[in-house]
Design a protein around this ligand. Structure first.
Ligand code: ADP
Ligand code: ZN
Ligand code: ZN
Length: 730
């Protein structure tokens, strides 16, 4: 047996399947070892891969014959500053996700593929031969077009390929007609900064002063203010102070909140370059934004979830708008919470972070109660507007037809009559949740999932909202031939009912079936803003990011779906949705009205929400959580597994569970249990829930458990993943 190698080795984390970093020898001829945070090319088996240096050691556990040299060091300096790099290492440990995958998940594709990290870009220009060739009049049309284009000066390679010149460029280059060189990328344009800030009201001023006083040290502020209370204005004025001190700002917004209007508002107020980062950008755009941030050229980054990793030297503040929003949690791969990482990043950087919301998460409110976060309250709307009156319609006393109870219909009529707009909220798209056989009780179910097929009447389709399966609608029962009827309601059905009841009131429906592109949302919203549409009907899409000042009545059709959801967070989400949707309505002088339909009007959570508001609801809900030992009073992790065979899932979970038996009395393992929807898209799904009162105990247990799990032989086709602080339990 060969001796383990004695000498300097480099630990390289690869994005591929390995959980642990691999040992490599430094590049041939190099004295010393490369620094952590550098990208390197290394041989892996017969191929090569790009990995990240994550450390070094004076010896390896492997013999010299098993060690290979790093082939190339890609970066002249580490991709991250030491604080950011350490944060990522910590996050990989906390979420128990392989470091190589974490590092690669947090950089743009171009960086993963080995492109330069600096904002230098490849440019092409005509060579002397190229100029001569152009003068001689080249034959090919495309070639001539490209030569003409470059006659007026060099152009960036990315732009040339974006304009479809990639192939021509290659052939002209082969002829020696072109020359390339690297040049600094054009910096992102600066904001106009021509809009004047309004004088702040006293609550805003106090919030602004407190946050500003905390610049330069770590503090977490929970800015709790209803929609329209001026939170964004507070962000803007604090950020102005941060910029004046030569530092930069990172602003996170929910997936759907990153609107051109918001970005415009920042650019109109700030004179520094503002860049955005979001998932709908192309790889090239994302790389450019990342480089602009890293070089310090961009001073404000506004982005969705993954922007929490944006490299920003001299970061002075972080803002997380709508901090309760579920889109901050990554639901696959590296399952991080961008909100929680923003707080961790602020802590490590020694700067404040502002978490803003009209409906703060129960976690954040508990952190306020524990003294870890400080709450700043904006109690009033910035303009003149009064709180709406909220009432519950008891569905046991008032039967609903097509989802609408008589009192709701009467109220809608009254508000339309008075010239108001009406917003109807139902978090279920389609015509009806399923087709039901009136003679034998059969229901249309998905072939691949434990779920019903949703009826889409207009398309005459049945479709599964979980796997996307579609089939044409049938009217005769598949089992007895009896008559099929749609049962329950979705937005499509309510739309039809409203059209019949109020034929003179034009409607706009907002859900994933009615609007599929961003432009369509804007078009629909323009109709609402102009007053052309009188009834606005939709799903959760309504609760995010838009204001409806003309709306005087909000009707929540089905509160019970949330009150009795399977997840312990269902009621929190429902309350947030109700408050958010109610808060987007009515900015005028007329007092708004909110009606909530429920068959359980005495539910204590609903009562506290209706009578006393969100804060009282949150207090009651936190008590329930405490009594049941749910987060934030317990820490959870979820081991999920899925496979096409039921037995492989549960066999694996049984074995995984047996690996926890000696792992401590202060961590409980529950399960294996089937997921709420056991079969989805043809795969069986099961899980083990791990719970502990102490974060540290849970973390210790997970570290050992994951090492054991990594060694477990899993049946082919089985997938498993660990979710620390899961947002959803199914
Ligand atoms: P939020 O982010 O809490 O929804 P905004 O900051 O967007 O609130 O403010 C809502 C509206 O009120 C915006 O049109 C904003 O320009 C305006 N506004 C905010 N603060 C003030 C103020 N102090 N004076 C006048 N208008 C304000
Ligand atoms: Zn039947
Ligand atoms: Zn399905």
């Amino acid at each position: 047996m060969e001796q383990p190698y004695e000498g300097w080795i480099v630990k390289v984390a690869l994005p591929a399947r390995f959980r642990l970093a691999l040992d490599y020898l430094p590049p041939e001829g190099m004295l010393g070892v490369p620094q952590p945070g550098l990208r390197v090319r290394v041989p892996v088996g017969r191929t090569r891969a790009i990995g990240f240096v994550v450390g070094s050691a004076e010896r390896s556990t492997l013999p010299a014959s098993a060690l290979k040299h790093i082939t190339e060091i890609i970066d002249p300096e580490p991709l991250w500053d030491p604080v950011s790099f350490e944060l990522l290492c910590w996050a990989a440990g906390y979420y128990h996700h392989p470091l190589g995958q974490v590092l690669s998940a947090t950089v743009p594709t171009g960086i993963r593929d080995g492109q330069a990290a600096t904002a230098e870009v490849l440019n092409w220009q005509l060579s002397t031969a190229g100029i001569e060739a152009l003068a001689a009049g080249p034959r090919g049309k495309k070639q001539r077009a490209l030569l003409e284009l470059l006659r007026s000066g060099p152009m960036e390679a990315d732009q040339l390929s974006a304009e479809g010149h990639a192939a021509t460029l290659r052939s002209l280059n082969q002829k020696g007609w072109l020359e390339s060189f690297l040049a600094p990328a054009t910096p992102p344009p600066a904001g106009a900064g021509n809009a004047l800030p309004p004088p702040l009201n006293s609550a805003q001023q106090k919030a602004c002063d407190q946050v500003t006083a905390s610049l330069g040290r770590y503090a977490t502020w929970l800015l709790h203010g209803v929609t329209g209370s001026g939170k964004t204005e507070v962000y803007l004025q604090v950020i102005t102070q941060v910029l004046a001190r030569g530092r930069s700002a990172l602003v996170l917004v929910p997936e759907i909140g990153l609107t051109p209007q918001l970005v415009e508002r920042f650019r109109a107020r700030l004179t520094v370059p503002v860049v955005t980062m979001n998932s709908s950008m192309t790889d090239t755009e994302r790389l450019a934004a990342w480089r602009a941030a890293r070089s310090g050229a961009a001073r404000v980054v506004i982005g969705t979830r993954s922007a929490v990793f944006a490299p920003l030297p001299k970061l002075g503040i972080l803002v997380v708008d709508e901090e309760h929003d579920a889109s901050y949690k990554q639901q696959e791969g590296f399952r991080y919470s961008a909100r929680d990482l923003a707080v961790a990043r602020a802590g490590r950087t020694g700067v404040p972070v502002v978490l803003g919301s009209a409906t703060p998460s129960l976690e954040s409110l508990a952190n306020v109660a524990a003294g870890r976060y400080q709450r700043l309250l904006l109690p009033e709307r910035a303009g003149k507007a009064v709180r709406p009156a909220i009432a519950v319609v008891d569905l046991r006393r008032h039967a609903a037809r097509d989802g609408l109870s008589q009192p709701a219909v009467a109220a809608i009529g009254r508000h339309l009559e008075a010239g108001g707009q009406v917003l109807v909220y139902l978090n279920r798209r389609g015509y009806a949740p399923t087709m039901f056989c009136t003679s034998c009780g059969w229901m249309a179910a998905c072939r691949h999932c434990d779920a019903r097929m949703t009826v889409h009447l207009k398309d005459a389709m049945l479709s599964c909202h979980h796997c996307g399966a579609n089939e044409p609608m049938a009217f005769a029962c598949g089992s007895c031939g009896g008559e099929l009827r749609p049962v329950g309601q979705g937005t499509e059905r309510v739309e039809a009912a409203l059209a019949q009841l109020f034929p003179a009131a034009p409607q706009v429906r907002l859900d994933r079936d009615s609007v599929r592109k961003r432009g369509e949302i804007d078009k629909a919203l323009a109709k609402v803003a102009s007053g052309e549409a009188r009834i606005l009907l939709g799903t959760q899409m309504l609760t995010k990011g838009h204001d409806y000042p003309g709306v005087t009545l909000v009707v929540v059709l089905d509160a019970d779906q949330g009150l009795f959801g399977i997840d312990f967070r269902s009621s929190e989400r429902l309350a947030q949705q109700i408050v958010q949707v109610a808060g987007r309505a009515g900015r005028g002088e007329r007092r708004g009205e909110v009606l909530i339909q429920s068959a359980f009007p005495e539910n204590p959570l609903l009562v506290s929400l209706v009578q006393e508001g969100y804060t009282a609801f949150a207090r009651a809900a936190l008590k329930e959580r405490e009594a049941a030992s749910w987060p934030p009073f317990a820490r959870l992790a979820l081991l999920r597994a899925d496979a096409t065979q039921r037995e492989s899932v549960f066999g694996f979970l049984d074995r995984a569970r047996s690996l926890t038996e000696d792992l401590g009395p202060d961590v409980r393992v529950l399960g294996p249990a089937a997921a709420a929807m056991e079969r989805r898209a043809g795969r069986y799904r099961g899980q083990l829930l791990v719970e502990s009162a102490q974060r540290a105990s849970l973390q210790r247990m997970l570290s050992i458990w994951l090492q054991r799990l990594a060694q477990l032989k899993t049946p082919g086709g089985l997938r498993w993943s660990m979710d620390v602080d899961p947002l959803e339990l199914d």
